[in-house]
Design a protein. Structure first.
Length: 539
């Protein structure tokens, strides 16, 4: 009890100083208390391996993109070769591979010699279906990174950042495949059937199996700490921050405590949902996520197709600016590439390992089956939804509404008024869709809530790994999580996104230790699953 209570106090103590100054607004006090924390974490995680007057190259981005390229080449482009197989797994086409029917020709065994009853038992381990696991994980990635993050990327790096976001998304499909296969392969199943999985488990158990038990324990614990931070930051505070921005703009609400009030309402809503655990979360996300995604994509398509004659111009500008950027402040092709990669990685989380926590709860006996399902996430999140958002903003700005690059802070001036993040996207929507401010507010809030409830599960699993699976420990985490909903709503976008970036990207370091030690296991499991599909189909 004492150890997680002390950890909780350490996390929130720096944020309590705001109460000392009664003359400032509540939102300002929260932001001033939080900003030094965000700056410290950001500087520590994004330390550069190269820097000049115009550019810094953080090691974490090199590690992330280099690893994604390695896995893509090692597994012979699984993001392309197995794309339609992944879709068929989600559709349920191969469900009978997990639930085989006894054939008289083989008696009580499969052609591979596995006992039918054993296979049935193995496939019962898990709590959710392939589709529910994908919906839960997608709800964790498809969030305001797709609305606010894309706008931030274009505001900072210009249209060319879109191209590098797409490249990062395509490469990230391979990384996601590897980490989610391992998530299922090394998961724990409690006596009550509850599944515990994710990098914490495949790092500790996997490295132990390779003779590196101590390294596995340390790396797993480090990951769990960073994942808790990621659940408070990118999976929580950044989401409530953007939801608050659009709500305040919709109602022209300028109260000094508006953010905190919105945060309290969001915290209450999220709190009701997260009490139910992964099954409740899956039930909510499998309904909310498809509706949310279809609604948003339909609006984007309407704007894009309404400006059909500008589509080729927008694509041409994106390609031109990707290799010859003119946005103020990006410096060079490396600058715009880094902006695109950073925002794509934040949006789809490939390499951070977080999604494997949700995917590990799937009902399957073949770990690679869920790895294939998982590779669809970066495609949905980055290649489709982020690209659509980018096209809307680029088409909108053919009207010359703002200067790419702005002042380098991520905020741009439109009609003399500063806009940032979701506010830029909202302005673009308003140009083409009547009452789109209401529509986008609803979309942003849905994106935010779905992401928060998924990330609450990720963070809680990491919390359980560190502090045990008792009810008291769970309650402490959930209270802290809800506090950060309020902090995110009240603090400024700059400090929140710095902290969020730092926590999400920090997870990459320990996660990559696990991936590099264990990727040969993934190759073996992929071959096993593909062989099972072929055997079942009679090929």
């Amino acid at each position: 009890m004492k150890k997680y209570l002390l950890s909780s106090i350490a996390l929130i103590l720096p944020l309590l100083n705001f109460a000392q100054d009664a003359e400032k607004g509540l939102d300002q006090k929260i932001d001033e208390a939080f900003q030094p924390v965000a700056d410290t974490f950001f500087d520590a995680i994004f330390f550069p391996i190269y820097e000049s007057e115009t550019i810094e190259i953080p090691f974490v981005l090199v590690l992330l993109v280099g690893s994604a390229l390695f896995f893509t080449l090692y597994f012979k482009f699984p993001n392309i070769r197995h794309f339609f197989t992944a879709i068929n797994v989600v559709r349920g086409k191969y469900d009978d591979v997990d639930h085989p029917v006894v054939e008289p020709a083989y008696g009580d065994s499969t052609p591979g010699g596995d006992s039918i009853e054993t296979i049935r038992d193995e496939s019962e381990e898990g709590e959710v279906s392939h589709f529910q696991a994908l919906a839960t994980a997608v709800s964790g990635t498809v969030g305001n990174g797709n609305i606010a993050g894309v706008a931030l990327a274009i505001a900072l790096g210009g249209p060319g950042a879109t191209f590098w976001m797409i490249v990062c998304g395509l490469l990230g499909m391979s990384t996601k495949f590897v980490e989610c296969t391992l998530g299922v392969q090394f998961r724990d199943v409690g006596e009550d059937g509850t599944v515990y999985g994710g990098p914490m488990y495949y790092i500790s158990k996997g490295l132990k199996s390779r003779g590196f038990a101590t390294l596995g324990k340390v790396a797993a614990a480090v990951f769990a700490v960073f994942c808790i931070g990621g659940s408070f930051g990118g999976g929580n505070a950044a989401q409530s921050n953007q939801a608050t921005i659009v709500i305040k703009e919709l109602f022209n609400w300028e109260s000094t405590a508006a953010g905190a009030i919105v945060g309290l309402v969001l915290a209450a809503l999220v709190g009701v949902i997260i009490i139910g655990g992964i099954k409740r979360i899956a039930q909510v996300t499998e309904k909310v996520v498809p509706f949310m995604a279809v609604m948003y994509v339909a609006a984007c398509l309407y704007i894009i197709l309404s400006n059909f004659s500008l589509i080729d111009d927008a694509i041409g500008l994106i390609l031109k600016e990707a290799f010859n950027p003119t946005a103020f402040g990006v410096g060079s092709i490396i600058g715009v590439l880094l902006v695109g990669f950073q925002r794509a990685a934040f949006s789809n989380e490939a390499g951070a390992g977080s999604a494997s926590i949700a995917h590990s709860a799937v009902k399957t006996k073949y770990s690679a089956s869920e790895g294939l399902v998982a590779l669809l996430e970066p495609f949905i999140d980055t290649v489709l939804i982020c690209t659509m958002t980018a096209l809307v903003i680029v088409i909108f700005n053919f009207g010359g509404f703002f200067e790419y690059g702005g002042d380098g802070s991520g905020a741009v001036l439109i009609d003399g008024v500063p806009y940032e993040g979701a506010g830029i996207t909202s302005k673009a929507f308003a140009e083409y869709i009547p009452y789109s401010n209401v529509f986008l507010t609803i979309a942003v809030v849905l994106f935010a809530v779905s992401t928060m409830i998924s990330w609450s599960y990720y963070g809680l699993q990491s919390w359980k790994f560190l502090f045990g699976r008792g009810k008291t420990a769970d309650l402490v985490y959930k209270i802290l999580f809800l506090i950060f909903v309020v902090i995110g709503a009240a603090a400024s976008m700059g400090s929140i996104w710095k902290f969020s970036d730092a926590m999400i990207f920090a997870m990459i370091f320990p996660n990559m230790i696990g991936l590099y030690f264990l990727f040969p296991i993934v190759k073996k499991q992929l071959r096993r699953y593909v062989d099972a599909i072929r055997s079942n189909s009679g090929d």
